[in-house]
Design a protein around this ligand. Sequence first.
Ligand SMILES: CC(C)(COP(=O)(O)OP(=O)(O)OC[C@H]1O[C@@H](n2cnc3c(N)ncnc32)[C@H](O)[C@@H]1OP(=O)(O)O)[C@@H](O)C(=O)NCCC(=O)NCCS
Length: 350
Amino acid sequence: MQAQQARDTGSGHDAKRDRGTMHDTNTNRGGDGPRGGGADRDTAVLDGYAERMAATDPLLPAFTNPAASASAVLRTRDGMAFTTRSAVPPGSMGSLWRPLVEYRLDMRVTGSDPATAVDGLLCRWEDQLAEAVSYDEGYGWDSAAVVTRPSRDTTGATALLRRGFAATRVLAVRPANRLGAGPPAVPGVRIRAAVEQDLPTLTRMRAELHAYDSQFGVVTARSDALERLTEDARAQLAADTSVPQLWIAELYGRPLGFLEVELPPEANWIAGYVQADRVGYLASLHVAEEARSSGVGSALVAHAHQLFDSEDIEAVLLHHALESPRSTPFWYAHGYRPLWTSWYRRPAVG
Ligand SMILES: CC(C)(COP(=O)(O)OP(=O)(O)OC[C@H]1O[C@@H](n2cnc3c(N)ncnc32)[C@H](O)[C@@H]1OP(=O)(O)O)[C@@H](O)C(=O)NCCC(=O)NCCS
């Protein structure tokens, strides 16, 4: 699972486990841009974008104006963008799933040539980034410039590529009634709720997953990863939730995989990213290397979907690394599809 604890993405949502995240805001320079502000013009851009996105993807939520929580607002003729900076402290749980400092750009473009509007906004952001990064000196690889966009809004993708961004992380969605096709059920696989005695197994598998995902550019290798993951698993095993969050897959009695799910209210932090009332979050899934490609992962997913169905969940969300040769085909075979795509450039300025 890709950076399941990194509470991010496009439209201004709060963080749960990233309680240490500091959003540096309220220096909103509203008139920043060659043509200044103009409330009517801003409204036209925001409304035009919201309208285009509603036609592009029915599963996107309603778009709001994020100006109040932005550090700065950038403007071009047919575009607006909102910048934010967030940081997590070294040694925090959040630091496992992301770079320590992220500069984010939330773009809204409209008009007959939205790709040019994207290019113009990125151009203006580069100047600001160079200044911000010189202020934050020393983060290097632990900094990233991030642009999160509706996955189906592909206009301006070339402008991002030209500036060294890569589509890296996806928030994928599976509506409740979507069918997926995995392998046939495997005899001998048993799924059960994790118990305290599973802590060493869970920690080992979570460390394997963290190490695997840290290859793809957002999840970050840390010397204290094992310690943080152990603390987190211990807290989750002790958590008082109506449905267990952690599940183990055993093949003939041997634990070979695990699953972590969040139901409302635990999953409410992510619910605003999708047009649905009850939202579940598939936070982690991992199968030991020696057991992969034999149906264990599919058995865990089938179990997760049963849990979500029995709790009347309308849409399930999950994060994954786009580049992962294991997770990307796996999730799309099981009925998921991209909803939000995060483009990363790391370090933030080369
Ligand atoms: C992603 C992961 C959980 C998948 O688990 P898995 O147990 O390997 O997956 P399964 O065996 O259930 O499903 C994949 C296999 O099903 C079979 N399969 C897939 N679709 C099928 C279909 N329509 N019909 C028949 N068989 C099918 C294939 O054999 C496929 O294996 P292959 O891709 O090697 O050809 C596992 O590879 C893993 O832990 N990877 C590393 C960590 C990770 O990426 N976790 C997810 C993070 S987002």
